[in-house]
Design a protein around this ligand. Structure first.
Ligand code: FES
Length: 314
C-alpha cells in the first residue's frame, strides 16, 4: 500500500440498493485534494482496520472532494461492512494517493459497459466525457435497475439519452458490441464472470483486444486467477457439452454458449449460481458452500473442475 494521508468524511448517504456514497474532503483545511484522472482508485483503511480499494466516482475536474461508493458485501469480511455502518460526517479516514490502472484513452467514441458496482470508475469517465462533449454510450447492467447505484442520476439530463439499463446479460448484450468500429473503445468494469462474457462477445464480433479496456472489480482477498486447464461441462438435462477455457468461469462459458445461468454476486459469495454435480469433481473457489455441500454442488461463477469433465444437473 502506498503512503497514506487523512481525509474527513464530509457526507455519507445511502446510494441505490445497499450502497453508501461517501464524500471525502481534505482534513488539513485545504480546499483541494491531490488530483486524479477518471478511472483512478484509492486504498481506504476502513474503520475495522482492513484496507479496501474504491474507485473515485466523482468529478476528476473538481479537486475539492473525492466521492466513493461502497457496496455492503453480502459476505463482507468486515471492510465494506464497517465503512457502510460506521462512516459518518466528521470521521477521519486514512487513504492512499489516487492510482490509475484503468485510464481513459483518447478515442473518437466510447462504449462504457458496467456490471453492478463496476459503475463507479465509469462514472468519473462519464462526467469527464460529458464535460468534453465526447461521443459516449453507457450500458448499465444491475440486478434491479430501478435501485441501481447512481441510477437516479443517470436517468436524468444530461446523461439519460446516452444510458441503457438492463438487469442481466440474459436480456441481451450491448447492441454497440455487434459491430466493431474503428476509433471506438469499450471501457468495461464489473464482476469477473460478467466482464469475461462481455469481452468474449465483443471479441467474437471482431473487436480487437486493445479496443477493450477492463478493470476487474472484486475484493482483493478473493482474487483467484482463472489460469487452469480447460475442461468440459456436460449438461445432464440436455446432453449439451460446453468447453470451459482456462480464462473463463463455468458461468461465462455457459452464457457465451447461450445457456441461462442465475448469477448475482459473481464472486462465490451469494450462492445464486450453485447447481448440483452429478459426476466429476469440482475445484471449489467459493465462500458460500460448506465442505459437505461442495461434495455434490458447485458455484458456477468461480469454481472449476479437478476432472476433465463435470456433469451438472442442469
Ligand atoms: S453468483 Fe454468487 S456465488 Fe456465484
Amino acid at each position: 500500500m502506498s503512503s497514506l494521508f487523512p481525509v474527513l468524511v464530509d457526507d455519507a448517504v445511502p446510494e441505490g440498493d445497499g450502497c453508501v456514497r461517501l464524500r471525502l474532503v481534505a482534513s488539513n483545511g485545504d480546499d483541494q485534494l491531490p488530483g486524479f484522472e477518471p478511472g483512478a482508485h484509492v486504498d481506504v483503511v476502513t474503520p475495522s482496520g482492513l484496507v479496501r480499494q474504491y474507485s473515485l466516482c466523482g468529478s476528476a475536474d473538481d479537486p475539492s472532494a473525492y466521492e466513493l461508493c461502497v457496496r455492503r458485501e453480502e459476505a463482507s469480511r468486515g471492510g465494506s461492512d464497517s465503512l457502510c455502518a460506521q462512516a459518518r460526517k466528521g470521521m477521519e479516514l486514512q487513504i492512499s494517493m489516487p492510482r490509475n490502472a484503468f485510464p481513459l484513452p483518447e478515442a473518437q467514441r466510447y462504449v462504457l459497459v458496467a456490471g453492478g458496482i463496476g459503475i463507479t470508475p465509469l462514472l468519473s469517465m462519464i462526467r469527464r466525457l460529458e464535460r468534453k462533449g465526447a461521443d459516449w454510450q453507457l450500458y448499465y447492467y444491475a440486478r434491479d435497475p430501478e435501485s441501481a447505484p447512481f441510477g437516479d442520476m443517470l436517468r436524468e439530463a444530461p446523461y439519460a439519452q446516452r444510458v441503457r439499463f438492463s438487469s442481466s446479460l440474459r436480456n441481451g448484450y450491448p447492441d454497440a458490441l455487434t459491430t466493431p468500429s474503428t476509433g471506438t473503445v469499450i471501457m468495461l468494469c464489473g464482476p469477473d464472470g460478467f466482464m469475461k462474457a462481455v469481452r468474449a462477445r465483443a471479441e467474437e464480433a471482431g473487436w480487437p483486444q486493445d479496443a477493450i479496456r477492463t478493470e476487474y472489480f472484486r475484493p482483493s482477498e478473493t482474487s483467484i486467477p482463472l489460469t487452469d486447464q480447460p475442461f468440459q461441462v456436460v449438461l445432464a438435462r440436455s446432453g449439451q457439452v460446453v468447453t470451459v477455457p482456462s480464462d473463463q468461469s463455468i458461468a461465462s462459458a455457459l452464457m457465451v454458449a447461450g445457456i441461462d445461468v442465475s448469477l448475482s454476486c459473481e464472486q462465490g459469495m451469494c450462492g445464486a449460481c450453485v447447481v448440483p454435480i452429478l459426476a466429476g469433481e469440482g475445484e471449489h473457489r467459493d465462500m458460500v458452500l460448506t465442505e459437505e455441500e461442495q461434495e455434490h454442488s458447485i458455484a458456477l461463477c468461480c469454481s472449476r473442475s479437478r476432472t476433465p469433465s463435470l456433469t451438472l444437473d442442469m
